[in-house]
Design a protein around this ligand. Sequence first.
Ligand SMILES: NC(=O)c1ccc[n+]([C@@H]2O[C@H](COP(=O)([O-])OP(=O)(O)OC[C@H]3O[C@@H](n4cnc5c(N)ncnc54)[C@H](OP(=O)(O)O)[C@@H]3O)[C@@H](O)[C@H]2O)c1
Length: 173
Amino acid sequence: MSDAKAIRYAVVGGGWISQAAFMPAVAQTGNSTITALVTGDPEKAASLGERYRLTTFSYDRYAEALASGLFDAVYLSLPNGMHREFAVPALEAGIHVLLEKPMATSVAECEAIIAAAERGNARLMLAYRLHFEPGTLDAIERVRTGAIGEPLVFTATFGQHVATENHRAHQGY
Ligand SMILES: NC(=O)c1ccc[n+]([C@@H]2O[C@H](COP(=O)([O-])OP(=O)(O)OC[C@H]3O[C@@H](n4cnc5c(N)ncnc54)[C@H](OP(=O)(O)O)[C@@H]3O)[C@@H](O)[C@H]2O)c1
């Protein structure tokens, strides 16, 4: 698809998942491009802005970014507690939002985001990527066809190391 028809994204939050997964992958989609970056880090603005040829904005210029006409959608990968604050004005402005999971930190926040999408007639999608991965789809098919026999339900625990200075260790979510 030519750039003229591509969905133009602004990346909001230049953290790990943005830099390691989303930004390098967009070129492989065939239907999307990145045109802007909203970041609080001037060094990222310079380095990522140059690498991906982006117009960059700081968070205090978010309203200006949303009004710029530079993008059709935002990819929002801020800490979970900031999702509502940044998703709602984008959706109200009619800008689609691909929102990293988890959607927010409470049901009320989730409902506010959904209501903003309805008000702005904008599309809201959560980045629950596992639903679409080939391994997941294959496993679903194997369960449906009976290829693995009778499926059993079990529980497991998943954990990961978190540096003490990371925001996850300080905000209660
Ligand atoms: N779908 C998945 O598989 C998957 C995997 C990992 C994470 N996630 C989700 O993606 C989101 C971001 O996760 P991440 O691992 O990329 O986190 P991260 O590396 O900590 O990045 C978060 C970014 O948010 C920006 N930010 C703005 N205000 C901040 C504040 N007060 N404290 C910390 N960061 C702030 C920073 O970007 P700037 O410096 O550019 O401002 C920071 O780099 C979360 O919602 C997470 O749950 C999803």
